[in-house]
Design a protein around this ligand. Structure first.
Ligand code: 7TS
Length: 412
């Protein structure tokens, strides 16, 4: 598609034309999950109507078709993130399961007493708790990278925290609270210099930016389908072959074996070794359709559109004296996620009041409690954009946000 027309795009998303509380829906909760275009719903329906069977088992025709659909989806993901081989793409339930897989398989087998694991203070709980588990079990140390006053990561902090003792660095490419885009390629270089591996939590980046695992030199990278127009219940773990090969299985059972004896078993080759049990084929088919949809538009164009929305929203929010934004001012350093507070108003009140205008935004700790503590706030309100959002929707949001303090009795 050469010219991007958001109003044409919106026609592909039936959910977005709903009326909520008597007002057209303004869906600004895309960092939590996204809506699905007809093309994704149609491919999932086609799969269910024409190809559904348990893949990797038996040789009947539907079984072969289901296996083909599943493996085609894997190849589509490989090309999307530019992995060397499809076998380096493991399907999981979501980014959280993928991070747990790395922690329990790689972490528990490679991290030793006294080793250090480095993460950032803005991580989502899914990229904190698995490392706490590893650190506690292995008597390793979990270290945090802290942010500059303008919510960025300074390379001197990275240089100071990644040491000879560091065995693993795990970092989100984009914060789900601040919107900050972190320099993971440079961080990967530091990690590799000391012989550590780098895990990239790309849950907020793969849906919005071109991500190339070879260019980043990521050892592992994870994301969820449901944040990029695909169904819930399908996620991806990318890992370099040499690492995945030396890792023990995470879950065991059907589909991940070679031979099973009474007391022992040998395991399948990649990727099956890490895909125990019946997989989510319709989810994978939906993810492949979402990738086709995003690729046809072009992720660069999606990103440009989101930057335009973000710049406009930041400018409008800055005009309101009682609003504080948590995140970089410079749109070049961030994506389309904006956290803010309205003076003296609890974020849950903010969310409930703007909901009466049809505006869906998120209030709370955003699964980032250590970051909330670091920012010294109990919670924030958050808006987050995707390719189908418009400047007009931002105007409705601004109108709704200006009413919050009046509702709560502050006069303005
Ligand atoms: N990592 C990041 C950076 C995230 O933003 C999220 C989800 C996850 C991991 C976990 O993804 P899941 O699909 O496994 O749940 N973030 C959010 C959010 O910001 N609001 O709801 C979910």
């Amino acid at each position: 598609m050469s010219s991007f027309n958001v109003h044409e795009i919106r026609k592909d998303f039936v959910t977005l034309s709903q009326v909520v509380n008597g007002r057209p829906l303004v869906y600004f909760d895309n960092a939590a999950t996204t809506h699905k275009p007809s093309a994704v719903l149609e491919q999932v329906r086609l799969y269910n109507e024409k190809m559904h069977a348990n893949p990797n088992r038996g040789a009947h025709t539907l079984g072969v078709l289901a296996t083909q659909a599943y493996e085609d989806a894997r190849e589509k993901v490989r090309a999307f993130i530019n992995a060397k081989e499809a076998q380096e793409v493991i399907f999981t339930k979501n980014a959280t399961e993928a991070l747990n897989l790395i922690a329990y398989s790689y972490g528990m087998s490679q991290i030793e007493v006294g080793d250090e694991i480095v993460i950032c203070i803005s991580e989502h709980h899914s990229n904190i708790l698995p490392w706490q588990q590893v650190a506690q079990a292995k008597k390793a140390t979990l270290k945090y990278l802290y942010l500059t006053p303008d919510y960025r990561l300074d390379m001197t902090e990275v240089e100071a925290k990644i040491t000879e003792k560091t065995k693993l660095v795990s970092i989100a490419q984009m914060s789900n609270v601040l919107g900050t885009i972190y320099p993971v390629k440079e961080i990967a270089e530091y990690a590799h210099k000391v012989g550590a591996v780098i895990v990239v939590d790309a849950a907020q980046s793969v849906p919005h930016l071109t991500v190339d695992v070879q260019e980043l030199d990521a050892d592992f990278l994870v994301f969820s389908g449901h944040k990029m127009l695909a169904p819930m219940g399908i996620g991806v773990l990318y890992g370099k072959r040499n690492l995945l090969e030396k890792m023990p299985p995470f879950l065991t059972g059907g589909d991940m074996i070679e031979y099973v004896e009474e007391q022992s078993a040998t395991f399948a080759e990649l990727p099956n070794k890490f895909e125990a049990g019946t997989p989510n084929v319709e989810g994978a088919v939906g993810l492949a359709a979402a990738i086709d949809y995003l690729t046809a538009i072009g992720l660069e164009i999606v990103h440009q559109h989101e930057l335009e929305l973000t710049a406009y929203a930041l400018e409008k929010l800055k005009e309101i004296p009682y609003i504080k934004v948590y995140g970089p001012d410079n749109v070049k350093q961030r994506g389309g996620v904006i956290s803010f507070s309205v003076a003296n108003c609890h974020p849950h009140d903010v969310a409930s009041i703007v909901d009466t205008y049809g505006v869906a935004l998120r209030a709370g700790h955003h699964c980032a409690q250590p970051l909330m503590k670091y920012l010294q706030v109990p919670a924030t309100s958050r808006i987050s954009f995707y390719l189908y959002n418009t400047l007009e929707e931002i105007d409705v949001f601004i109108e709704s946000i200006k009413s919050v303090r009046k509702w709560l009795g502050y006069g303005s």
